[in-house]
Design a protein around this ligand. Structure first.
Ligand code: NAP
Ligand code: SF4
Length: 674
């Protein structure tokens, strides 16, 4: 018996048996769009080998008008079957199972030809959709049903019909997007008609022995979303129309409430899925912010769901289930829900990967094969870059010694973990600790190695990171001035009124640290209240009529930057709006176009662009400098002067726009070559 009896128990559908309850959820990675089906197959094959109960592919369009963007992957013609078949074959050869998600984006499609129940533009799209006539509706239904049949022909074990997150089928369900007065709009019976027709036609085009998962939005988190009565009515109808599983969707893409970001507590929405349990007889999947086998096991055991969908965790670690099964859960690479290398890449038109696992989506090109000649390697600096180098080098059979001047590993990660809403960073540092031991890496904490000590190694890697930049503002040496490292390192406290100089990622983090006490970390009820999420049985769409209730800020904070652009513009595409929203909710004043004149006991004296350059005092008890970083490479320079040729990685090479993603990627790639 393993530690996860529920998660690892099989589920038999007669024609198909899932060996466990872990669904690798649908994710758009951009791989299918490359047309390199070997690469797509390699990505899914690793996850199949790694034990996922069933994989659901990224969304595949049933026709051009429904494609998320003009060149998005589709399965609308017989000619497209071949590529998909090479994927299903590889997955089956690895002992896995795979279902294809059919995604019709409706008004979310990024194209002028997009279609929807009504011609209402979404707030997150520049295109107003064309309202479908009866003939157009029939075309959409038959395109989806034909695509389902092609999916079966391509060897998939099933399909997932995407009817949540505000996509096409979801758009028919609610008045917010469906203002029709014909048989496809008006009463709820009419609004359900299209999703149900699609489901029935997919069932009849694929046959009884083919898995159909229907993804149904349980809590829309938008105005005029579904109420609970409608949700349960639809769920029963979906069961009667022939679905095998209901997957539960949380929040439309246009919702202004975070649903998957790292600041969302783990399992924050499992209670909504639990409400559906018992309403239908078919299995139900829960999703959103489940990233460990413990949490997955817990929510199944508590009766919240029958299966758990995890998408990003399978990017972070293809072997998630295999490791849990072997009793090695501590060595599962944790997804920290940062979105930095997955969703942010998708929105930038880049192929997804993973901050903590740069091999994700690069399975063939980035390999950690055994080193031809094992070497003795010294890595100096146990921040993300140094840790990644040490781990990958050791995985490849090198003998690694890791030096760190502090008394613990983690570098800048230790600052991130102090920020309320970034608690996942604790798990990441703990994972590195586990792996250092598991891989037999010698760790020397509180150690500054000497040149002659380092000169005995075959390779020297310098990952000494960064130090805070000094902005050269008159008065910056005053006693009321701290840098972010002093504050987040716990060496000093801030007063009640604080001015922050610099509004990059760290300036925002420091502002969040200062306005919240972090006491509610991980408290689901407190988080739901803060963001205005209500029980959908009480309030339509799950939106509380009072809106967000963020509570009083702990301090009065002003965030300053010199650039004239909107503060936070450079933050992650999919998470920046959450950080900006959070600070607005906590009444943080954010100023751009600032010219710093001087700092004194009263605070920061500035002038503001476009304000006649009239002086202004930002009254503050404490001023925190978050003005970026500069490389710390004194050791590298001394080594070079002594005739050595160390490798420089991470912030020690270039501090500008350095983040953990770049540091880990660079360290892993270097180690793959050593
Ligand atoms: P950063 O993003 O480069 O921001 C530095 C800030 O300091 C900017 O607002 C810059 O704006 C200001 N600044 C630069 N030189 C200055 C000077 N001489 N005097 C006064 N102000 C100056 O650096 P960071 O905030 O330290 O973040 C480091 C890295 O970690 C970044 O890559 C960041 O993306 C990443 N990170 C991201 C997040 C997140 O996404 N949530 C969180 C933490 C860290 P002006 O020059 O306009 O004043
Ligand atoms: Fe998770 Fe971040 Fe990796 Fe995405 S990039 S899978 S959110 S750890």
């Amino acid at each position: 018996m393993t530690g996860y009896p529920n998660l690892l128990s099989p589920l038999d559908f007669g024609f198909l048996t899932l060996p466990n309850r872990a669904v690798m959820g649908s994710m758009h990675t951009g791989l299918e769009e490359t047309g390199d089906w070997n690469r797509v197959a390699a990505f899914y094959a690793e996850r199949a080998l790694g034990g996922a109960g069933i994989i659901v592919t990224g969304g595949i369009a049933p026709n051009r008008e429904g494609a998320v963007f003009p060149k998005a992957a589709a399965l609308c013609t017989a000619g497209e079957v071949t590529g998909h078949r090479s994927v299903t074959r590889r997955v089956h050869d690895c002992g896995g199972r795979i279902a294809m998600q059919i995604l019709h984006a409706g008004r979310y499609a990024y194209g002028e030809n997009c279609v929807a129940p009504s011609a209402i533009k979404s707030p997150i799209s520049p295109f107003t959709p064309r309202e479908l006539d009866a003939e157009g509706i029939e075309k959409q239904i038959s395109d989806i049903a034909d695509t389902a049949a092609r999916a079966r022909e391509a060897g998939y074990d099933g399909i997932e019909i995407m009817a949540s997150e505000g996509y096409f089928l979801n758009q028919f369900l609610v008045r917010r997007t469906n203002r029709r007065t014909d048989a496809w709009g008006g009463s709820y019976e009419n609004r359900m008609r299209l999703p149900l027709q699609v489901l029935r036609r997919c069932r009849s085009s694929t046959g009884a022995d083919f898995l159909i998962i229907f993804r149904l939005s349980l809590i829309d988190l938008v105005e005029e979303g579904s109420n609970w009565d409608e949700v349960t009515k639809l769920a029963r109808a979906v069961e009667n129309a022939g679905a095998d599983i209901i997957n539960t969707g949380i929040g439309w893409h246009e919702a202004r409430i975070p649903t998957i970001a790292t600041s969302v507590p783990r399992r924050a929405f499992a209670w909504v899925t639990k409400k559906l349990m018992g309403t239908v007889g078919i299995p139900v999947i829960a999703s959103n912010r489940v990233n460990s086998p413990e949490v997955a096991e817990e929510i199944i055991a508590e009766g919240c769901c029958d299966l758990v969908s995890m998408a990003r965790p399978f990017l972070a670690d293809a072997e998630f289930i295999a490791k849990a099964t072997r009793g090695h859960a501590k060595s599962i690479v944790p997804c920290i829900a940062c979105n930095q290398a997955c969703l942010d890449h998708t929105f930038a038109g880049k192929i997804s990967t993973c901050l903590v696992n740069p091999r994700a989506c690069h399975e063939e090109s980035l390999r950690y094969d055994p080193a031809p000649v094992p070497k003795r390697i010294a890595v100096v600096g146990a921040g993300p870059a140094g840790l990644a180098t040490a781990l990958v080098s050791a995985m490849r059979g090198h003998k690694v010694e890791l030096f760190e001047k502090a008394d613990r590993i983690g570098g800048q990660l230790n600052m991130a973990r102090r920020i309320p809403g970034k608690e996942e960073f604790h798990g990441l540092v703990e994972w590195y600790e586990t792996m250092l031991t598991e891989l037999g890496i010698t760790l020397r904490l509180a150690t500054n190695p000497e040149i002659n000590q380092l000169s005995t190694y075959d390779e020297i890697i310098i990952a000494t990171g960064v130090k805070p930049r000094t902005p050269e503002i008159a008065g910056q040496e005053s006693a009321n001035v701290l840098n972010y490292a002093e504050l987040l390192g716990g060496d000093a406290e801030a007063g009640r009124r604080v001015a922050i100089i610099g509004a990059g990622g760290i300036g925002f983090d420091v502002a969040e640290f200062l306005v919240s006490d972090g006491r509610n970390a991980g408290d689901i009820d407190a988080w739901l209240t803060e963001w205005g999420v209500a029980d959908p049985e009480q309030h339509r769409g799950g939106l509380h009529p009072s809106g967000a209730l963020p509570g009083q800020p702990l301090r009065q904070v002003t965030l300053l930057q010199r650039k004239p652009t909107r503060p936070g513009k450079g933050l992650g595409k999919t998470t920046g709006w959450i950080h900006r929203g959070k600070l607005r909710m906590k009444q943080v004043e954010m100023l751009s176009g600032v010219d710093y004149r001087r700092i004194d006991n009263d605070g920061v004296h500035i002038t503001l662009a476009g304000n006649g350059a009239s002086p202004r005092l930002i009254a503050a008890d404490t001023i925190i400098i978050c003005a970026g970083q500069v490389p710390e490479r004194s050791l590298a320079e001394r080594l070079q002067q002594a005739g050595h040729r160390p490798y420089l990685i991470g912030g020690a090479v270039e501090a500008k726009e350095l983040d953990a993603k770049r540091a880990i990627d660079q360290g892993s790639r270097l180690a793959a070559e050593l």
